[in-house]
Design a protein around this ligand. Sequence first.
Ligand SMILES: Nc1ncnc2c1ncn2[C@@H]1O[C@H](COP(=O)(O)OP(=O)(O)OP(=O)(O)O)[C@@H](O)[C@H]1O
Length: 232
Amino acid sequence: MTTETLELDAVTVSRGAGPVISDVSLTVRAGEVLALVGPNGAGKTSLIESISGVTPHSGGTIRLGGEPIDKLSRVARARRGIVHIEQGRAVFPSLTVRENLSLTASSPADLDDALARFPELEKRIDSPAALLSGGEQQMVVLARAFAAKPRFLLIDEMSLGLAPVVFTRLFPIVGTLADSGVGVLLVEQFTGLALGLAKEAIVVASGRVTFQGDADRLREEPQLLHRAYLGG
Ligand SMILES: Nc1ncnc2c1ncn2[C@@H]1O[C@H](COP(=O)(O)OP(=O)(O)OP(=O)(O)O)[C@@H](O)[C@H]1O
């Protein structure tokens, strides 16, 4: 059986004065986590946005299951299974947890399936999302993404604004989503956590790839990571 892929081939993204991502090629595989790390301003968010269609890319090709998706709108890409979790916890505060999940679940079974992965949310199912803690809100965001039955999940800085004790509990959930067959591209400032979940890693600095390979190797060799952050 061949593994489904989301591939970027020499992708360039330009913003304002010039390219913020240059010639980046990578492959996300179904069932695996690919960690995308790098210093602030390296272009990680721009890269993720080019995949989901939030920001257009100015060069290169993006393929989903081998088919180019460059010309598809953001909505069309989402319909094909590319789900983007943007920075910040975008819950609908006045809606209950159930209503938040219903926005993306296309059937009650999909909603139940998503909830089954987040037992802590089941207890809060009829609470308005505004009354949940930051960690619980991020769980709603993850559950809502999972309820959409993604083929590929793009996660941008899930830990932002959360206490370490909270996000270290959330991180393993991303691993279980990948184990269920979803391909995950994970942007995360807590490099150690991201590399711990990932099979492969890619480091981007000043818009260019400075390391691509085994995540464990990068985790075990801090000098390699340091060099990649400085530009390779
Ligand atoms: N809307 C925009 N218009 C113009 N330039 C932008 C815009 N958004 C980001 N940039 C620039 O693009 C470059 C890459 O930013 P981006 O947010 O993609 O990097 P990042 O690696 O995700 O950074 P961080 O970790 O700080 O979120 C930066 O130089 C940034 O100033």
